[in-house]
Design a protein around this ligand. Structure first.
Ligand SMILES: *[C@@H]1O[C@H](CO)[C@@H](O)[C@H](O)[C@H]1NC(C)=O
Ligand SMILES: *[C@@H]1O[C@H](CO)[C@@H](O)[C@H](O)[C@H]1NC(C)=O
Ligand SMILES: *[C@@H]1O[C@H](CO)[C@@H](O)[C@H](O)[C@H]1NC(C)=O
Ligand SMILES: *[C@@H]1O[C@H](CO)[C@@H](O)[C@H](O)[C@H]1NC(C)=O
Ligand SMILES: *[C@@H]1O[C@H](CO)[C@@H](O)[C@H](O)[C@H]1NC(C)=O
Length: 527
């Protein structure tokens, strides 16, 4: 018992070591019912086909749907059996009906993801307003399929009406502390889609490295990447990520965090960072972006002009967190500027001045922005449609911040309790799962301003070797919190479904870690 320790004992009560129920869906749909006398129907892999229903506004030739059909076939039928089922009326097709035209588009914050799935003997009908809803419904369908004792694929008759609770369900990856190869990002996008996440927040650059290959400023990655040949994201890599994500209904929001977190920018952008001083001499080290030079604003205008064109999403994440004032304080020119502006000793004022100008620049490029909470805390004047990303003080203070942000009328995203890079012994998915994003003091109008949240995987201790098991299935806890009804919070039921979902992930080749003691019918690597 030494390894389990006293902390685990209370949890043992709610655990069963058996795999969970077959055909359970993660995240749990909003409504599911089985018609009275529901039976089941076998799915013959060889004859099963996907097709557009009559009258569907989107049909064959829509790449998002065609590519999804191709992806799901091997996920549904991992072990193709040629023999015809020996019982029942087989379901030989899944018909997709989409009511709103639109295929060559990108998912957006206001995209509709609702769908309805009706499984009855002989056929499966998936209807949705948009192709994005159809993608969510296909994932649900794939999780409903089981195998009987003779290995026949089958699905129970059922009816599901489903939609997300929050429109922004994100996952942050940090590719600056460690470089993540393109393959790791693409694989993560796959598993995000299995969890119905719909935003990839790409924290692409930071202090340690600058892997983004800029067309306007190629020196940034040449001098700022860990390795300018191998540890960079080329323009074609970035396009690949955006398209791979689009095909899975996932938005890509890049973060270029300034004015702090920019040390890696320095070598490739001479004059951009503030020189720090010791006594009256430059010390040779650098601090945040220099906010008092016109050249700084010319630089950020050009960089964000490129970023705005490369990344199609309306939103860019502008960071704005953790600005260290020590270097600014040491620099005589900055001090002189502070004096001239009448800022006294309040370095937040010069930070705000920089952020204010940056926000105006990004607005003028036709983009919306997300910022970390400090930008709000420091009372920068923000456009009314700004999204404030709450990350600080996981120990409950974040609720007050959510209240403050929404009281001021801003939209909010929650990440504070969802730092998956932090790990602890035992079942730490439970803490993430128990969070209720709207549990703060505020009016219904304030609650309506919460557009969702993001799981964060900061990269100090994470690279491709441990990314996947640290993410999955733990991030699934957050995926369900952001998708399902707020009343879905029974830990015993969640444990059973999440364990089963984790087995499904293993079957799909994802190295998801176990929640606790137990086994899967298909262990990793057996398929
Ligand atoms: C189908 O329904 C039966 C009876 O409720 C249940 O035992 C079985 O696990 C279900 N299978 C799937 C794949 O949903
Ligand atoms: C499995 O196969 C056996 C032997 O053919 C048969 O008796 C049994 O009914 C089958 N089970 C199902 C669920 O079809
Ligand atoms: C910076 O730009 C402003 C406004 O365009 C101008 O008035 C000022 O002279 C410039 N400062 C420098 C040092 O070039
Ligand atoms: C929320 O606002 C109140 C009133 O302005 C302030 O006292 C408090 O510190 C703020 N809370 C947080 C977490 O910033
Ligand atoms: C969430 O579940 C509760 C209880 O079942 C129900 O009253 C409520 O309508 C559900 N919310 C939505 C948006 O369906």
């Amino acid at each position: 018992m030494a390894a389990a320790g006293p902390l685990l004992l209370p949890l043992l009560l709610l655990l069963s070591v058996l795999p969970g129920p077959a055909g359970a869906v993660w995240p749990q749909p909003q409504a599911q019912r089985s018609p009275p006398g529901a039976g089941r129907c076998p799915l013959p892999p060889g004859r099963f086909r996907f097709a557009a229903a009559e009258g569907s506004a989107v049909g064959p030739g829509c790449e998002v749907l065609d590519a999804a059909f191709q992806r799901y076939r091997p996920l549904l039928f991992a072990r193709p059996t040629e023999s015809e089922p020996s019982w029942g009326t087989p379901c030989t097709q899944l018909l997709v009906y989409i009511s709103t035209p639109g295929c060559d588009v990108f998912p957006r914050l206001d995209s509709k993801e609702s769908y309805k799935l009706v499984v009855s003997k002989g056929s499966v009908l998936l209807s949705a307003e948009t192709i994005w809803g159809a993608l969510r419904g296909l994932e649900t369908f794939s999780q409903l399929v089981g195998r009987d004792e003779n290995g026949t694929y089958y699905i129970n008759e059922t009816e599901i009406v489903d939609f997300p609770r929050f429109p922004h369900r994100g996952l942050l990856l940090d590719t600056s502390r460690h470089y993540l190869p393109l393959r790791a990002i693409l694989e993560t996008l796959d598993v995000m889609a299995y969890n119905k996440f719909n935003v990839f927040h790409w924290h692409i650059v930071d202090d340690p490295s600058f892997p983004y290959e800029s067309l306007t400023f190629p020196e940034l990655s040449r001098k700022g990447a860990f390795n300018a040949m191998t540890h960079v994201y080329t323009a074609s890599d970035v396009r690949a990520v955006i398209e791979y994500a689009r095909l899975r209904g996932i938005r890509v929001i890049p973060e270029f965090d300034t004015p702090g977190h920019t040390l890696s920018w320095g070598p490739g952008a001479p004059g951009l960072l503030t020189p720090c001083y010791v006594a009256q001499e430059p010390s040779g080290t650098y601090g945040p972006i220099n906010p008092i030079l016109n050249s700084t604003y010319e630089f950020v205008t050009s960089l964000f002009r490129e970023v705005s064109a490369v990344f199609p999403d309306f939103f860019v994440h502008l960071g704005g967190d953790e600005v260290d004032f020590t270097c600014w304080r040491s620099n005589p020119k900055i001090r002189a500027f502070m004096k001239e502006m009448g800022f006294g000793e309040d370095y937040k004022k010069i930070e705000s001045l920089y952020i204010q100008r940056l926000l105006d620049i990004v607005s003028s490029l036709g983009k919306g922005y997300i910022v970390w909470q400090e930008v709000f805390d420091n009372q920068v004047e923000l456009r009314p449609d700004t999204i404030i990303h709450v990350w600080k003080e996981a120990m409950m203070k974040y609720k007050e911040e959510m209240a403050n942000v929404t009281r001021a009328g801003y939209q909010a995203l929650l990440s504070a309790p969802w730092y998956l890079n932090r790990i602890s012994y035992g079942q730490d998915w439970i803490e993430a799962y128990k969070v209720e994003p709207l549990d703060f003091k505020g009016s219904p109008e304030q609650k309506a301003l919460v557009i969702g949240g993001e799981a964060c995987m900061w990269g100090e201790y994470v690279d491709i070797t441990n990314l996947t098991p640290r993410l999955w299935p733990r991030a699934g806890a957050i995926a369900e919190r952001l998708w399902s009804n707020s009343t879905v919070r029974d830990l015993e039921d969640a444990y059973a479904r999440l364990s089963e979902f984790r087995c499904t992930l293993l079957g799909r080749g994802v190295q998801a870690e176990p929640l606790y003691i137990g086994y899967c019918e298909n262990e990793f690597g057996e398929v």
